[in-house]
Design a protein around this ligand. Structure first.
Ligand code: FES
Length: 506
């Protein structure tokens, strides 16, 4: 609220061809002003001034970082256009497709609908289902609007601690985003909010805490104990969802602070025809499960958001303008067929693999010159970017190795590697192997499986029988905290190199 003493200034915001005016107190950062007024700016570091990504155009001053600019007078501001993101929603033959089976359901209306929601740190997917027929009536996908508070879960947890209203802001931001889609669906389907009677939510442990307004601080601090991991049941009214006030809202159970309901739902939805397999879900973090017969070994690798572009000089999400495929200096694909403005995860893998093959980067990661891809837009890869990729890929690969050691499995004993989510779908597997992210030994056994977390939530929405599958996963899961493993530092150091290691069977 503006006090009488505060100097009041006007900000004119021009975004997507529309102009609107905002009245605010002087002395706040532009990023804070934009957040408070529900504008979206890509801000992976959450406003620390370190990522250099929150660019806005201030009239008369040019491009500036929103988080380090504190306007003290009226200004006009141009926001970058909203980009459409490539968000994976697909079902594949590797995932369950259960028929409708909801036992005795007491709906209050005659046209009950439900929604299965997968809240990722970067993106959110919602499947809308007619609960009388089981038919999917719509799918919505959008970037998680909490991105303006930071790209990764730790930055968002820190935000909750740093502001009195931080947790509430983050909760309201995701609820507003979901409600906008619930409203759009209701309008299109010619139903009312009251017809939405059952909501199932999957997501990582932090996203579920934020949705329910539960303090996530304990997730960010050792010994990493979340406030809850089990299934939560509330009503739509409790958190202000645009559903029937008494709609069942159920969040699926998690395994630990960093192996969330998204992984549980994905593992439960996976129809693996083999006995021993790896399941990899890499997004802003890397979750790994190694299934050996009846036991599921799980861990989370702190890969950071580099694979989604956050710590990379010209990194960006998989949105229009991003180089997504790279095979040569004049041979690359840009999402949206425009001039490149940056590089997304799949593109950066390809580029690093190319630089290794062409001796621009050596096996230790040393790079002699910055690699310029597009001069006009200054799209480039730097030495620092290569170091970030080394850290991220080593975290994932070392996680795989630690789980294999604990499970006493060699690569020969692993029948398949299932790649969940957008990462698995869009990457070039040869590039991922070349940079040492995925093991060459499993080449030919790697399968992208689609949006397993969202499809898992969808099964839970449609069928009571899926609950047994979830309980089965929980009963078999063992969580390994990598930072407590004695071998981890050595593995991590060895896997930083781009040269390939060979392994003997244990
Ligand atoms: S530099 Fe502003 S959000 Fe990162």
């Amino acid at each position: 609220m503006l006090t009488r003493d505060a100097t009041v200034i006007n900000i004119t915001i021009i975004a997507n061809g529309k102009s609107s005016a905002v009245e605010t107190a002087a002395g706040l950062s532009l990023l804070d002003i934009l957040r408070t007024n529900n504008y979206t700016v890509y801000a992976p570091c959450g406003g620390k001034g370190t990522c250099g990504k929150c660019n806005v155009d201030v009239k008369g001053e040019g491009i500036t970082l929103a988080c380090t600019y504190y306007p003290d007078r009226d200004i006009d501001l141009y926001l970058p256009g909203k980009n459409e993101a490539a968000i994976l929603t697909s079902q594949t033959e590797f995932l369950e497709d259960l028929p409708l089976h909801l036992g005795l359901s007491n709906y209050s209306g005659l046209r009950p609908y439900g929604a299965a929601i997968d809240i990722g740190t970067t993106s959110v997917v919602i499947y809308f289902v007619n609960l009388l027929t089981g038919q999917i009536k719509g799918v919505a996908a959008f970037l998680n609007p909490q991105g303006i508070y930071g790209a990764d879960v730790i930055t968002r947890i820190t935000y909750c601690q740093s502001r009195k209203e931080g947790l509430r802001e983050l909760q309201q931001t995701i609820i507003r985003g979901i409600n906008a889609e619930l409203d759009t669906f209701a309008r299109k389907e010619k139903i009312t909010s009251d017809d939405l009677e059952r909501i199932i939510v999957a997501g990582n442990t932090t996203m579920l805490h934020l949705l329910l307004g539960v303090d996530p601080l304990s997730i960010g601090l050792a010994p990493f104990k979340p406030k809850f991991t089990d299934r939560q049941e509330i009503t739509g009214r409790t958190i202000g969802l645009h559903t029937h006030p008494d709609a069942d809202v159920i969040t699926l159970p998690c395994i630990s602070a960093y192996v969330g309901a998204d992984i549980v739902a994905g593992l439960a939805a996976l129809k693996a025809p083999v006995r021993n397999y790896l399941f990899l879900d890499i997004g802003t973090n890397g979750e790994i499960a190694l299934v050996k017969g009846e036991t599921i070994f799980t861990c989370a690798a702190a890969a950071g958001p580099a694979f989604e572009g956050a710590n990379i000089t010209c990194g960006m999400g998989a949105v229009s303008g991003a180089i997504s495929v790279f095979t040569g200096e004049d041979d690359y694909t840009v999402i949206g067929n425009t001039a490149p403005t940056g590089i997304c995860g799949s593109g950066i893998f390809d580029i690093v693999a190319y630089l290794l093959d062409h001796d621009v980067v050596d096996e230790t990661g040393l790079m002699h010159d910055t690699f310029l891809i597009h001069q006009q837009n200054n799209v480039r890869v730097t030495q620092q970017d290569i170091r970030e990729i080394q850290l991220a890929k080593s975290a994932i690969y070392s996680g795989i190795r630690i789980l294999m050691n604990i499970a006493e499995l060699s690569y020969d004993g692993i029948d398949a590697l299932y790649l969940a989510g957008g990462f698995g779908n869009y990457i070039n597997i040869d590039s991922a192997i070349r940079i040492g992210l995925l093991p060459r030994e499993l080449k030919g056994k790697m399968f992208p499986i689609g949006n397993s977390a969202g499809i898992g939530a969808l099964q839970a929405l449609r069928s009571d029988a899926f609950e047994k599958k979830i309980d089965n996963v929980l009963g078999r899961a063992r969580y390994i905290e990598l930072s407590y493993e004695d071998d981890f530092p050595m593995e991590f150091a060895l896997n930083m190199s781009f040269s390939e290691r060979t392994f003997d069977a244990p």
